[in-house]
Design a protein around this ligand. Structure first.
Ligand SMILES: [Fe+2]
Length: 304
């Protein structure tokens, strides 16, 4: 049985992995890049539910959906209006997102994460420091979505709407604490960047508030829409961030997502986004990330 699981894991991680930036980063030939990008974008265009979110372009004279912040609905769902805002902007914020008991449960999980080796919660992996940032201490662990019924409900509603089917998320808890005075920019994190060129979706939940100084998320509004400028940026890019000349047409208006406690936001991270740098020492950031890339992979692009 072990060997079968190993083979399945290998196929999922290596062969069926959702196309990222590896191919275009390893192939400087623009004709090859174009072929590769067009192939996968065409596959994505065949997924009906992607049309509204990634392919239908915004009409610039229509400005109904510019307010990206909402209060929770009475039944903790994602309203039609919220989805429209997400489709136009690439990001939408829901305040007071979870009922109190689930919010408290998430805070308890963060305390457990910080408890250093006396873990009591059902983490899938032992919490550890991924050592990704040079001047920020980080602790991270994965957990199953079924631990959090309301978060799971948001996730199911969102994945059904965007991917056209329920996709199980990977759930990561991340706790960040800046240890030195000023944080340097880290490529792939604190520069405006794109995660991949195929549609990419994440849900973020912040149990505690995140102000200007504690590294809030920033998003370039509308940069998730797949059009000529978008494709050009990927064909001609080098770093796939704001330092690339061809990123300019994708960066117009940016929104900084400072949050109150108990806030959830959804974002398309194939568009330009970043975590801003920490501006003060000993600032904390607790965040839950929901990602779908592991369970919505090449297979879904090829056979949807
Ligand atoms: Fe990213």
């Amino acid at each position: 049985m072990k060997i079968v699981n190993k083979i399945i894991r290998y196929i999922n991680n290596k062969i069926l992995r959702t196309p990222g930036l590896e191919f275009i980063q390893n192939n400087l030939d623009q004709i090859k890049r174009k072929k590769h990008i067009k192939f996968w974008i065409n596959r994505a265009a065949k997924i009906k539910s992607f049309q509204k979110y990634f392919f239908e372009q915004n009409q610039s004279n229509k400005n109904n959906n510019s307010n990206i912040r909402f209060k929770n609905t009475s039944d903790f769902k994602i309203s039609e209006n919220m989805f429209d805002v997400l489709a136009d902007n690439g990001v939408v914020v829901i305040e007071d997102a979870l009922p109190k008991n689930e919010w408290i449960s998430i805070l308890d999980h963060f305390n457990d994460l910080k408890s250093k080796n006396e873990y009591e919660k059902n983490w899938n992996t032992k919490p550890k420091n991924p050592n990704f940032f040079s001047k920020a201490n980080e602790l991270a662990a994965e957990i199953d979505i079924t631990e959090f019924p309301y978060l799971n409900r948001y996730s199911k509603i969102a994945s059904r709407e965007i991917y056209g089917k329920t996709v199980n998320p990977t759930v990561e808890f991340h706790y960040l604490n800046l240890t030195e005075d000023l944080e340097e920019k880290t490529r792939g994190a604190t520069y405006l960047h794109t995660d991949r060129f195929v549609p990419h979706f994440k849900i973020f939940y912040t149990p505690t508030s995140i102000d200007e100084d504690s590294g809030p998320f920033q998003y370039s509004v509308g940069s998730h829409k797949i059009n000529e400028n978008y494709i050009n940026y990927f064909i001609k890019g080098k770093n796939y961030d704001e330092t690339d000349e061809h990123s300019r047409p994708l960066i117009n208006q940016t929104e900084t997502i400072t949050t109150k406690e108990n806030t959830l936001y959804l974002a398309f991270t194939n568009g330009m986004h970043k975590r801003t740098v920490f501006k003060k020492k000993n600032k904390e950031r607790s965040m839950v990330f929901l990602q779908y890339v592991r369970n919505f992979n090449k297979f879904n692009y090829l056979f949807s």
